[in-house]
Design a protein around this ligand. Structure first.
Ligand code: NAG
Ligand code: NAG
Ligand code: NAG
Ligand code: NAG
Ligand code: NAG
Ligand code: NAG
Length: 458
C-alpha cells in the first residue's frame, strides 16, 4: 500500500490529461479559417466516391486561390503591428521565457513586397488539385479553358492547376476576368460590383468575441513578459502567423500548443467565423445575391445538352465561395431549427455545434464543386441524370433536393431546387443597389464568344 501511493501519484498526471482510451488530437492548422492551408475537413464525412452505378460526366469547380504570404488586411491590422512592437522591445530577454523563447531569434516570414503572392506550397496545392481532377475524371475531355479573376494570386493558382492537369504544355488557356467594380454579376469577383456588400461587415461583431476569448490569453502572456503589453490584436496576429508562417516555411513556432491551447485556437476560429457569417455568410443580406449568379451559370452549363467543355474550373478570392454556399443553402446553422440565424452565432460564447465553420469552407484553395452524374443500375434508383455538390471533396446534401443515389438529386429535383434558390436571391443589380450603368444580373463569362480567343498567359 505504501508503495502504491507514489505509483498512483506518478500515474495521476498522465491519467488526468490523457486516459488510456483517449485519442484526443488537435491541429491548429485545421482551425484557422481563411489562413488554413488546404485540408479536407470531411464535413460531413460522406464518401466522395461516386455512388454505385453512377459516373460523373461533367463538373464545375469554384476555387479560392492557393496559399499566399499574407493577406494585406490581416497583415496591416494584426501581424505587422505585432512584429513592429516585437522589433521595438529589444529589452525583453525572450530566451528566458519558455513558451516564447523562439522570439529571441525569430524573423518575420514575409516582406511587404511578397505580401499577396502565392507561396511555393500554394503553387504545389494548386498543381495537386489539377492532378486530383485528372484522376477523378479520367473520361473527361481536356478543358480548353480555365477561368480566373485578374489578381496575380488567382491567376498564378490557375496556371499552377493547368500545369498539374495537362500532360503536354500549351493546350489549356487561362482566361482572365478583370476585377471590375462595375461588372454587375458578370465577373468572378461580383461582390466588388455590389454596393450592398461591405468589406468591413462583421468586424464589429467579431471584435466582441475577440475581446472575450483573448482576455485570459493576454493575462497569461503579460505575466510572462510584463513590459510587452500584449493586446487582443497582438494575440490574433500571433495566431494568424501560425497559418502564414506554416505555408511559407513549412512550420511555425506560433502553432505550439504550449503557447496557445486547443481552446484558444477554437476561440480564434469562432472569431473568424463570426466575421465571415456577417461578411459573406447567412448574416449578410447581400451574400446569397452575390453567390447566385455562379450557381445559375454553372447549373446551366452542366444541364446543357452540349456544352463546350466537360470540366469548368474558376479561381477567385475568399469572399466568393461563402456567398455561393449561402446561395446553395449549405452549412446553414438554422437548417434544422429555423429561427433567427444571427442568434446561432452568439458573440459572448462559442456555438460549437454550428454548421458554419470557415475553416471547412474557405481554407486556401477551398473549393465548391457541382457534378453531373449518369447513373445506370444504381440499386434502388431509376436510371438517369443526377446532380451533387461537394465542398472540399465532401459531398453535401442539397436542401430539399435529395432522393438520388448518395447525396445526389435528380435532374427534375435539381431544376426545382434552382428555381427555389433563384426566387430567394435573384435580382443582382436591384438587391445590390447598383448605381453604375450597364449592370447585369447574370454571369456569362463561360459562354461569351468574346472571351473564347483570349491569348494564353504563360
Ligand atoms: C449519359 O446517359 C445518357 C442516357 O441516359 C446517354 O445518352 C449519354 O450519352 C450519357 N453521357 C455520357 C457522357 O456518358
Ligand atoms: C516602434 O518604435 C518606433 C520608433 O521609436 C515608433 O515610431 C513605432 O511607433 C514603434 N512601434 C510600435 C508598434 O510601438
Ligand atoms: C497597453 O496597450 C493598451 C492598448 O493598446 C493601451 O491603451 C495602454 O496604454 C498600454 N499600456 C502600456 C503600459 O503601455
Ligand atoms: C443579421 O444581422 C445583420 C447585421 O446586423 C443584419 O443586417 C441582418 O438583417 C440580420 N439577419 C437576420 C435574419 O435578422
Ligand atoms: C436556412 O435554413 C432555414 C431553416 O430551414 C431556412 O428558413 C432559411 O431559408 C435557410 N437559409 C438560406 C439562405 O437558405
Ligand atoms: C454601356 O454599354 C454600351 C453598349 O455596349 C456602351 O456604348 C456604353 O459605353 C456602356 N456604358 C458604360 C458606362 O460603360
Amino acid at each position: 500500500m505504501v508503495q502504491g501511493i507514489p505509483l498512483l501519484a506518478a500515474l495521476l498526471p498522465s491519467l488526468s490529461t490523457a486516459t488510456l482510451y483517449s485519442t484526443y488530437k488537435f491541429n491548429p492548422l485545421e482551425h484557422l479559417g481563411g489562413v488554413a492551408p488546404y485540408f479536407e475537413s470531411q464535413d460531413p464525412p460522406t464518401s466522395p466516391t461516386p455512388p454505385k452505378g453512377c459516373t460523373p460526366v461533367r463538373a464545375a469547380y469554384l476555387s479560392r486561390h492557393a496559399a499566399i504570404y499574407a493577406n494585406d488586411f490581416d497583415d496591416e491590422e494584426y501581424m505587422e503591428p505585432f512584429i513592429s512592437k516585437w522589433e521595438n522591445h529589444t529589452g525583453i530577454d525572450w530566451s528566458k521565457i519558455p513558451s516564447l523563447s523562439f522570439l529571441s531569434d525569430w524573423s518575420a516570414p514575409f516582406s511587404e513586397a511578397e505580401q499577396e503572392l502565392l507561396t511555393r506550397l500554394g503553387k504545389l496545392e494548386a498543381t495537386e488539385l489539377g492532378i486530383s481532377l485528372s484522376f477523378r475524371y479520367p473520361g473527361f475531355r481536356l478543358p480548353q479553358r480555365v477561368w480566373t479573376s485578374s489578381a496575380e494570386r488567382t491567376a498564378k493558382s490557375a496556371q499552377a492547376l493547368v500545369r498539374g492537369f495537362e500532360l503536354q504544355d500549351d493546350t489549356i488557356n487561362v482566361v482572365t476576368i478583370y476585377e471590375s467594380e462595375e461588372a454587375g454579376a458578370d465577373s468572378l469577383t461580383p461582390y466588388k460590383s455590389c454596393p450592398a456588400y461591405s468589406s468591413s461587415a462583421g468586424s464589429d461583431q467579431a471584435s466582441v468575441h475577440l475581446k472575450t476569448f483573448t482576455k485570459p490569453i493576454i493575462a497569461r502572456l503579460n505575466k510572462l513578459a510584463p513590459t510587452f503589453n500584449f493586446t487582443a490584436e497582438d494575440v490574433y496576429g500571433m495566431m494568424a502567423m501560425c497559418g502564414y508562417e506554416s505555408v511559407i516555411r513549412g512550420s511555425s513556432p506560433f502553432c505550439s500548443l504550449d503557447l496557445f491551447t486547443p481552446n484558444d485556437w477554437l476561440g480564434w476560429e469562432y472569431t473568424a467565423d463570426i466575421m465571415y457569417h456577417y461578411n459573406t455568410g447567412y448574416g449578410s443580406n447581400a451574400a446569397g445575391t452575390v453567390g447566385l449568379p455562379w450557381l445559375r451559370a454553372t447549373a446551366s452549363l452542366l444541364m446543357d445538352a452540349a456544352p463546350a467543355q466537360d470540366l469548368y474550373v474558376s479561381f477567385t478570392h475568399r469572399e466568393l465561395p461563402p456567398t455561393v454556399i449561402v446561395a446553395m443553402g449549405l452549412f446553414n446553422n438554422s437548417e434544422f431549427g429555423g429561427g433567427d440565424v444571427n442568434e446561432t452565432m452568439p458573440l459572448d460564447r462559442i456555438n460549437h455545434r454550428r454548421a458554419w465553420k470557415s475553416s471547412h469552407i474557405l481554407p486556401f484553395l477551398g473549393n465548391i464543386a457541382i457534378e453531373r452524374l449518369n447513373c445506370t443500375g444504381s440499386p434502388g434508383f431509376a436510371d438517369g441524370e443526377y446532380y451533387r455538390a461537394l465542398v472540399n471533396n465532401a459531398p453535401q446534401p442539397l436542401p430539399d433536393c435529395g432522393g438520388g443515389p448518395g447525396t445526389s438529386c435528380s435532374r427534375q429535383g435539381f431544376e426545382t431546387y434552382l428555381e427555389d434558390r433563384t426566387a430567394m436571391f435573384e435580382g443582382f443589380s436591384e438587391k445590390c443597389g447598383v448605381e453604375y450603368k450597364n449592370s447585369t444580373d447574370s454571369l456569362t463569362i463561360y459562354t461569351d464568344p468574346k472571351l473564347a480567343h483570349e491569348p494564353r498567359i504563360k
